[in-house]
Design a binder for this molecule. Sequence first.
Ligand code: ATP
Ligand code: MG
Length: 346
Amino acid sequence: MILIESHGGDDHLAPVRSELELRGHEVVVLDSGRYPVETSIAISYDDDDAPELSLTIDGTTHDLTTCRAAWWRRSQPFTLDPRLIDADARSFAYTESSEGLEGLRALLKVSWINDPLRDGRAAHKPYQLREARRAGLVTPRTLMTNDPVKARAFVADHAGERTVYKSFLAVEGAWRETRVLREDEVDRLELVQMAPVIFQEYVEGDVDLRVTVVGDIVQAAAVHSGRTEYATDYRMALDTVVMEPYALPVSVERSVIRLMRRLGLVYGALDFRVRPNGEHVFFEINPSGQWLFIEEKTGLPLTRTFVDALASADRGSPHPRSAPSGCVDCEQNTSRAARAGALVGA
Ligand SMILES: Nc1ncnc2c1ncn2[C@@H]1O[C@H](COP(=O)(O)OP(=O)(O)OP(=O)(O)O)[C@@H](O)[C@H]1O
Ligand SMILES: [Mg+2]
């Protein structure tokens, strides 16, 4: 059985689920937005060492003891019983619900794509930039701060060059694209007091890369952002942007795999920009990033590769590995799953 944590609004869920079911896998989807009101959990200890674990969705109970693979995709905020009105009571119900579900997750004997704790840590931009550097990738000069004095100093240090600013998280309903800092905005830098902002040197280049990794399989796409009307962030021109499969230099590919191992991820979607001198600059890794928009435009078999990984985890086999393109040295702190060739990412 394969457990998927996601919800109906996730467009990646349906294609993955239907392909898994076509291949004969049993799939259970946990939408945590329907928990604890419409979905219930049970963790039962009797005389055995191991507890019995189950999930009841729409009246059907699923025995999670037999579950071997799980996809941590899009967890949702819980929905509490509307009869709970008192703020303290709601807060108590929420934290108790969270403890119960997290405890259940921790007991699952599954191969995760990705392990929720590693996924959460890897998603932090301040953390992933350091890990990317340690993995051998080039990253832009960056300042993350809510201190206006430091922000002004960073911008002044890069006088004559462009500076971009961007957010830590893409939040539905409050999405912000990456923007080049304008002259008039320099006078308003005290606003960072409200919340920290990421400032970064502007990386020149007409080609962005989206690199999708599953296990050791790395598939890259070139996104010709320089040819769009909003070259700073191609997501503003997704309908018209030209994309094509891209051969990543072997040294960059090795660093990408090293980064995945450092972060303990099986799946990950990475953003790069290629400088005119050919240097590949890492921007970020999304531990549960989207891939369908790349698959649609390039024909890269990303859904199939992803489904292969979940399917092999369900069979108890390691995640897929590509044909070796040279030795990819393992890091000291490589996870158990990674050592088994089962590493995973965002
Ligand atoms: N320092 C930079 N210089 C030039 N362009 C940049 C820079 N940083 C980001 N961009 C552009 O903006 C895009 C989005 O930036 P990035 O991926 O770092 O953050 P994000 O807004 O959090 O993205 P996501 O929503 O994918 O998490 C990049 O793919 C790139 O096209
Ligand atoms: Mg991005």
